[in-house]
Design a protein around this ligand. Structure first.
Ligand code: AQP
Length: 342
């Protein structure tokens, strides 16, 4: 059975990259798959977080999920810390993954920076918790942005090693020749890596100190327009074919954003806008972005005014997630040889 899992960290400044690379695609997958969408608050504390901000941001990511069109009745929406099986399975995976595997993770190197000795152990073990998030539901597909590709490969390595190392016990307990699936990353569409509006060589990111580098999901129409008008570009008009975007990262990025927002390919965008100056193209992009994003921002504001409703959605989703996660964890305990109450 195909099952989709994905998560977003409640670390503030949810942006257009998170929307196009992840949340918008979560919405689409609801029609074809059973889906579990998680606010990964335990991932957030791998870096310092102010408790009041974290608390609000957990509700804000939930509001973004709902405002974008995720249906929490048909699918599961919850926050990670309410389902303790994620942490339990992550511990098992800490004992499965090898140091050498984690040493190769580029996100750890980027986030730890030069002062690696001072990074949290949690930041280092982050990919094991992510593997647990996915595999505690034995999810088969994970829609993510391109930056998560390496972590998804590690998830497959962990699943494979677990299946191999405990192969006899897995068979003995009636799970055949593999307990965990080898999860497929779904990294597709024109916006798998949305770049900063100020620098086409940097990913659009929550932690960029310049607010003009990103469009936040909470920005109003005026702010969206200002940021797009100020976005860095080169001096040439838009090319008419996608090859013409190759050495032009800023132009490439704006075309990709337009394509993703309107559900067409970059080639189709260039068919309509090839030869345009940026001033004209940016105006068209502002229209598209405001039309698509402003209603989400409005709905997020409406939802945030009723935190009780958001908390109820999370509690309900957590209850349903826990049932699946507990079943997996019980099976894992049996496979490992742990004694558990029956
Ligand atoms: N620029 C992006 N383009 C496309 N997809 C992106 N994602 C993030 N940035 C882009 C995808 O959004 C989902 C949620 O990401 P996350 O919140 O778990 O963490 P992140 O990747 O750390 O987000 P940021 O914005 O990049 O934060 P910082 O600044 O802390 O590094 C994921 O599917 C991710 O791929």
């Amino acid at each position: 059975k195909e099952l989709v899992f994905s998560g977003v960290q409640p670390t503030g400044n949810l942006h257009l990259g998170n929307y196009l690379g992840a949340i918008k695609r979560f919405v689409t997958m609801q029609d074809t798959h059973e889906c579990i969408y998680c606010v990964v608050d335990m991932h957030a504390i791998t870096m310092p977080q102010n408790p009041h901000d974290l608390n609000r941001q957990i509700r804000e990511v939930t509001a973004a999920f709902l405002a974008a069109g995720i249906d929490p009745k048909r699918h599961i929406v919850f926050n990670q810390s309410q389902v303790s099986e994620h942490a339990e399975l992550a511990w098992v995976f800490n004992c499965v993954a090898r140091l050498g595997w984690l040493n190769r993770m580029t996100q750890f190197k980027d986030k730890a920076g030069k002062d690696r000795e001072n990074a949290s152990v949690g930041l280092y073990a982050y990919p094991n918790l992510m593997a647990a998030d996915i595999l505690v539901y034995r999810a088969t597909h994970v829609p993510v942005g391109e930056d998560q590709k390496q972590h998804l490969e590690l998830t497959r390595d962990v699943a494979q090693k677990f299946n191999n190392d405990w192969a006899d016990s897995i068979a003995e307990h009636g799970f055949g020749d593999a307990f965990f699936p080898l999860t497929e990353p779904l990294i597709a569409g024109p916006a798998t890596r949305v770049m900063s509006l100020r620098d086409g060589s940097k990913k659009m990111s929550k932690s960029d100190p310049s607010d003009y580098s990103r469009i936040n999901l909470t920005d109003d129409a005026d702010m969206i327009a200002q940021k797009i008008r100020k976005a860095k570009t080169d001096a040439e008009p838009l090319p008419s074919e996608t090859e013409g975007l190759r050495a032009r990262p800023e132009a490439d990025n704006l075309v990709a954003i337009y394509a993703a927002l309107t559900d067409v390919s970059p080639a189709e965008v260039l068919r309509d806008h090839g030869g345009s100056q940026f001033s004209g193209f940016k105006s068209a992009l502002v229209d598209v972005a405001v039309t698509r994003l402003a209603p989400i921002a409005d709905e997020m504001r409406r939802l945030m005014a009723d935190p009780g409703h958001i908390d109820a959605v999370l509690a309900d989703g957590s209850g349903r997630a826990r049932v699946i996660a507990a079943e997996t964890m019980n099976a894992v305990k049996d496979i490992l040889g742990f004694v558990r109450a029956r």
